[in-house]
Design a protein around this ligand. Structure first.
Ligand SMILES: Nc1nc2c(c(=O)[nH]1)N[C@H]1C(S)=C(S)[C@@H](COP(=O)(O)OP(=O)(O)OC[C@H]3O[C@@H](n4cnc5c(=O)[nH]c(N)nc54)[C@H](O)[C@@H]3O)O[C@H]1N2
Ligand SMILES: Nc1nc2c(c(=O)[nH]1)N[C@H]1C(S)=C(S)[C@@H](COP(=O)(O)OP(=O)(O)OC[C@H]3O[C@@H](n4cnc5c(=O)[nH]c(N)nc54)[C@H](O)[C@@H]3O)O[C@H]1N2
Ligand code: SF4
Ligand SMILES: [Mo]
Length: 719
C-alpha cells in the first residue's frame, strides 16, 4: 500500500508546530516537521510523534462509556445523551442552574471546538464555572484588563525582532512559548544573540532557556516584584524613561514615580534574592537597548503577587518605550481579531464568590481552588452535578486531595475526554471526541498570541469513524439537552440542524471574513479559508504591527500605568520589605520553597501513556541543590518525602546545582496510581501528584490564580 503525507499541525501544545504526517494504510508511519510551515519552519519537539501514538493508543476511548459498578461499559451516543439530558435537567430543576458545575481544561483551547465549550458554558448559566486559566494566565489577563481595558490584550514578546530579551518565570526552550507562541523557541533565542542582542533569564533554576542566555539571574521564588520595582526605581531616578512617549500614551506616570522613588536596589536585594548591582545593571541595559522586552509567564503568574508582577513587567516595558513597538511587547493582528473584539466584552471582578466567600469571580469564572469545597459544602451554590471538558483537575489543581472524593459524591458527572483519567474515572458517563488526527480545523486561537500573524489550516489525516463525534458536536448535543426546549422529542432535531450549519469551521470563516484581512473589509489580501486550505504550511500575515491606539479599551485610550489598587498593594509590599518582612520569608518550620518544572517530553498530565514519552529516567523527581541535599544527608536518586502543611508525597531526589539553594522543583501532572485509571502505561510509572502539597486558598491576591510557586516544604529521607 502506498504512503501518503499530509500537512497539518501538532495541536498538543500552544506552539502548534506544522507537521507532515505520513500514513501507510491505517497506520501513521512517520511524523516530521513541515519546513513550509509559516510559523514553525520545520521545527518539532519530540512530542510531535505523540500525535500518532495518541491516535493508535489502545487505551484511548473510541465510544462513550457508562459507569456500571466500578467499571465502565460501552454505551451508544443517543442513549448517553438521553441519560445525560435527563440527569442534568433533573438537577437544574430541583436545585437551580448553579447546581451544575463545569470545568474546562487546557486542550479545549487547542481546537476551534472551544467556541462550543463557551456555548455550553453560556447555556449552563452557572456561577460554578472553572477553567485551567485560574492556575495559569489569570494574573496576566487581570493586569491586561486594568492597564489596557481588556483581558484579551495580553501583550506578546516580539522575540524575532528584539535586541534584548529578559525572560522572567518562563522556560520557552522547553515550553515553546505561551502567550507568546514561539515554536522553535531555542533557535529564536539563539537568533537574538546572533544578531547582536542579549538574553537574560530570571529564574530560580538554571533552565534550558538560561543555558542559551548571556546571563542567568537566580531570583528567589516570589522575588520578582521586588526586582522589578527596584528596576523601575533606577529607570526613574536615572531618568532612563521615554518621557515623551509616556506623556502621549499613558496615565498614572506620577504615581509610579512616587511609588518607586525610594525603593532602592539595596532595599530590594534581599527580598529579590538578587544583588543590588545586578538590579541596577538590568535596568540600565533594558533602557539602553534599541529595543527590549521583559517576557513573563507562568512562573510568576503562579505566585501570590502574580498580577502585580505582570503589571510591573508591562510597566517596565512601557516606560522604556517598548510597548506596542517592534522588538518590545506587541499585540497581534489575528485573522479573527479577538484583540479588537476584546474591548466590547464586559469583564467584571467579584460579581459573585464561592459559598465560603474566599474566591471572587473574574470574567464570569471562579478560581479553581474553590472547586472541591463547592461540591463538598452545603452552601446556596453547592455543586451537585459536573461537566468536565478536556481537563484533569484531580492532578492539575490544588484541592487538598479532596477532589476525587468530591467528584464521587456528585449526583451526576459527565466527562468529555478520550481517556479514563484520575478525574474522569469518577464520571457516570465519559464522552470521547475523535482523535486530533481525525479533525479538520482552522487555528484561530493561537494566532491571537503568536509572535507572527498567521492563519493555518488543519487537514484530516484520517477520516473519522462513522459514529465519531468532535468535541464541538458533543458540546452542541449537551447544549441541546440543557436548553428548555418545548416538545423536546421533535425540536432537538431542528436545533441540531441549526448547530450543524454553525460548525466552528464555518463560524471561524465568518470571523475571518469580517476580520482585518477578510473579504468583508477592504484590503489587499482578501484572506479566505479556501486560501488557507490550499496552502501547505499556512499563510504568513507578517510581523506584529503597532496598533494599541486602535484596540485599547480604556476610556481615555491611554495605558493605565497606575491602577489604584495595584499601587496600594505595591506600596504595602515596599513598606513590609522596608520593615524586613516579605512574601518570600519562610514560615512554620518549613525551610524550602517548592516550585514547578516542565519537561520537553511531557505535557501537563496527559502524555504519560505513550511509551516514547516516558522512557528513560523517572522524571517526576524533586530537584535540589547539592548543598541542601548534603545538609539533609540526602543522596541523588534516593526516595524523599516532600511535605507541606497540606500533605506529603514521595519522589526520587535529583541533585543538581542548576537550582537555587533553598528551592526545590517538582513537576506537576503526575500521580497516575489512582485505582481504576484507564491509561495503563501511565499507571505503571505513576510519579506523584505535587498538587497535594499546595494550598488551594493560597492565591494571587487580585485574580485568585493558584499560587503553586509559593509553597513552603520540607524534604527528608522517605521512611
Ligand atoms: N502544580 C502545578 N500545577 C499546574 C501547573 C503547574 O505549573 N504547576 N500548570 C497548570 C497549567 S499551565 C495548566 S494549563 C493546567 C492543565 O490542567 P488541565 O487542563 O486540567 O489538565 P491536562 O493535564 O491538560 O489534562 C487534559 C485532559 O484533556 C484530555 N484531552 C486531550 N485532548 C483532548 C481533546 O482534544 N478533547 C477532549 N475532550 N479532551 C482532551 C486529556 O486526556 C486529559 O485528560 O495544569 C495546571 N496545573
Ligand atoms: N514540554 C512542555 N511544554 C509545554 C507544557 C508542558 O507541560 N510541557 N505546558 C504548556 C502549558 S499548558 C503552558 S501554560 C506553558 C507554560 O510555559 P512556561 O511559562 O514557559 O512554563 P514553565 O516551563 O513552567 O516555566 C516557568 C518557569 O518559572 C520558573 N519559576 C518558578 N517560580 C518562579 C518565580 O517565583 N520567579 C521566577 N522568575 N521564575 C519562577 C520555573 O523555574 C520555570 O522555569 O507551557 C506549555 N508547553
Ligand atoms: S512544541 Fe512539540 S508538542 Fe508543542 S506543538 Fe510543537 S511539536 Fe507539538
Ligand atoms: Mo497552561
Amino acid at each position: 500500500m502506498g504512503a501518503t503525507t499530509i500537512a497539518r499541525q501538532c495541536t498538543l501544545c500552544e506552539a502548534h508546530c506544522g507537521i507532515l504526517v505520513t500514513v501507510e494504510g491505517d497506520q501513521v508511519s512517520r511524523i516530521e516537521g513541515n519546513p513550509d510551515d509559516v510559523l514553525s519552519k520545520g521545527y518539532i519537539c519530540p512530542k510531535a510523534t505523540a500525535m500518532g501514538g495518541l491516535h493508535h493508543d489502545p487505551d484511548r476511548l473510541r465510544t462513550p462509556v457508562r459507569k456500571v459498578g466500578d467499571r465502565f461499559e460501552p454505551i451508544g451516543w443517543d442513549e448517553a445523551f438521553a441519560e445525560i439530558g435527563a440527569r442534568l435537567r433533573g438537577v437544574r430543576k430541583a436545585h437551580g442552574a448553579n447546581a451544575v458545575g463545569m470545568y474546562l481544561g487546557n486542550p479545549a483551547a487547542h481546537s476551534s471546538s472551544v467556541l462550543y465549550g463557551g456555548m455550553l458554558r453560556a447555556a449552563l448559566m452557572t456561577k460554578n464555572f472553572y477553567t485551567a486559566s485560574s492556575i495559569d494566565q489569570f494574573p496576566q489577563e487581570f493586569a491586561a484588563w486594568r492597564m489596557f481595558g481588556s483581558n484579551v490584550l495580553m501583550p506578546v514578546a516580539d522575540i524575532d525582532r528584539t535586541d534584548r530579551l529578559v525572560v522572567v518565570g518562563a522556560n520557552p526552550a522547553v515550553s515553546n512559548g505561551s502567550i507568546t507562541t514561539m515554536p522553535g523557541a531555542k533557535q529564536r533565542i539563539k537568533d537574538v544573540r546572533a544578531r547582536g542582542g542579549s538574553v537574560v533569564v530570571v529564574d530560580p533554576r538554571r533552565t534550558e532557556t538560561a543555558r542559551l542566555a548571556d546571563e542567568h539571574v537566580a531570583v528567589a521564588p516570589g522575588g520578582d516584584p521586588y526586582l522589578l520595582l527596584a528596576m523601575l526605581h533606577v529607570l526613574v531616578t536615572e531618568k532612563l524613561c521615554d518621557e515623551r512617549r509616556i506623556a502621549d500614551t499613558c496615565s498614572g506616570w506620577g504615581e509610579i514615580r512616587a511609588l518607586v522613588s525610594d525603593f532602592t536596589p539595596e532595599l530590594a536585594a534581599r527580598h529579590a534574592g538578587v544583588d543590588a548591582e545586578t538590579i541596577r545593571r538590568l535596568a540600565r541595559e533594558h533602557a539602553a537597548a534599541p529595543s527590549a522586552v521583559v517576557y513573563g509567564r507562568i512562573g510568576v503568574c503562579q505566585t501570590v503577587t502574580g498580577t502585580l508582577t505582570h503589571w510591573l513587567i508591562n510597566t517596565v516595558n512601557t516606560v522604556t518605550g517598548n510597548l506596542d513597538s517592534p522588538g518590545g511587547q506587541m499585540f497581534t493582528t489575528a485573522p479573527v481579531d479577538v484583540a479588537r473584539i476584546g474591548k466590547y466584552l464586559p469583564i467584571t471582578h467579584g460579581d459573585w464568590t464561592d459559598d465560603s466567600g474566599t474566591f471572587k469571580s473574574f470574567r464570569a469564572e471562579l478560581p479553581v481552588g474553590a472547586l472541591a469545597d463547592q461540591i463538598l459544602g452545603d452552601g446556596p451554590t453547592k455543586i451537585r452535578a459536573m461537566v468536565t471538558y478536556a481537563g484533569n483537575p484531580v492532578l492539575s489543581t490544588p484541592q487538598r486531595g479532596r477532589l476525587a472524593a468530591a467528584l464521587d459524591s456528585l449526583d451526576f458527572y459527565v466527562a468529555v475526554d478520550m481517556y479514563i483519567t484520575e478525574t474522569t474515572r469518577h464520571a457516570d458517563i465519559i464522552l470521547p471526541p475523535i482523535s486530533p488526527l481525525e479533525r479538520e480545523d482552522l487555528d484561530v486561537v493561537m494566532p491571537v498570541f503568536s509572535v507572527r500573524n498567521n492563519l493555518r489550516y488543519n487537514r484530516r489525516v484520517f477520516q473519522p469513524p462513522a459514529d465519531g463525534l468532535e468535541d464541538w458536536e458533543i458540546m452542541a448535543r449537551l447544549v441541546t439537552e440543557i436548553l428548555p426546549l418545548p416538545a423536546r422529542r421533535f425540536t432537538t432535531r431542528a436545533v441540531h440542524a441549526v448547530f450543524d450549519r454553525l460548525s466552528p469551521m464555518r463560524l471561524s470563516a465568518l470571523g475571518i471574513a469580517a476580520g482585518p484581512y477578510g473579504v468583508l473589509r477592504k484590503g489587499p489580501s482578501g484572506l479566505t479559508v479556501a486560501k488557507a486550505r490550499r496552502s501547505v504550511g499556512g499563510i504568513d500575515l507578517g510581523p506584529l504591527r503597532p496598533r494599541l491606539r486602535r484596540i485599547i479599551g480604556t476610556e481615555d485610550r491611554k495605558v493605565r500605568l497606575a491602577p489604584r489598587d495595584f499601587v496600594a498593594a505595591a506600596r504595602t509590599l515596599i513598606e513590609d520589605a522596608r520593615r524586613g518582612a516579605s512574601a518570600t520569608e519562610p514560615a512554620d518550620g518549613f525551610d524550602l520553597r517548592l516550585i514547578g518544572r516542565r519537561h520537553l517530553r511531557s505535557n501537563n498530565s496527559w502524555l504519560h501513556n505513550l511509551p516514547p514519552m516516558v522512557k528513560g529516567r523517572a522524571r517526576c523527581t524533586a530537584l535540589m541543590h547539592p548543598r541542601d541535599a548534603a545538609e539533609r544527608g540526602l543522596a541523588d536518586g534516593a526516595p524523599v518525602t516532600v511535605a507541606s502543611k497540606n500533605g506529603s508525597i514521595v519522589v526520587p531526589l535529583e541533585v543538581s546545582d542548576d537550582i537555587r539553594r533553598g528551592t526545590v522543583a517538582v513537576p506537576h501532572g503526575w500521580g497516575h496510581d489512582e485505582p481504576g485509571v484507564g491509561w495503563m502505561v501511565a499507571a505503571a510509572q505513576p510519579g506523584a501528584n505535587v498538587n497535594l502539597l499546595h494550598d488551594p486558598a493560597v492565591v494571587d491576591a487580585f485574580s485568585g490564580n493558584a499560587a503553586v510557586n509559593s509553597t513552603w516544604v520540607t524534604v527528608s529521607a522517605a521512611p
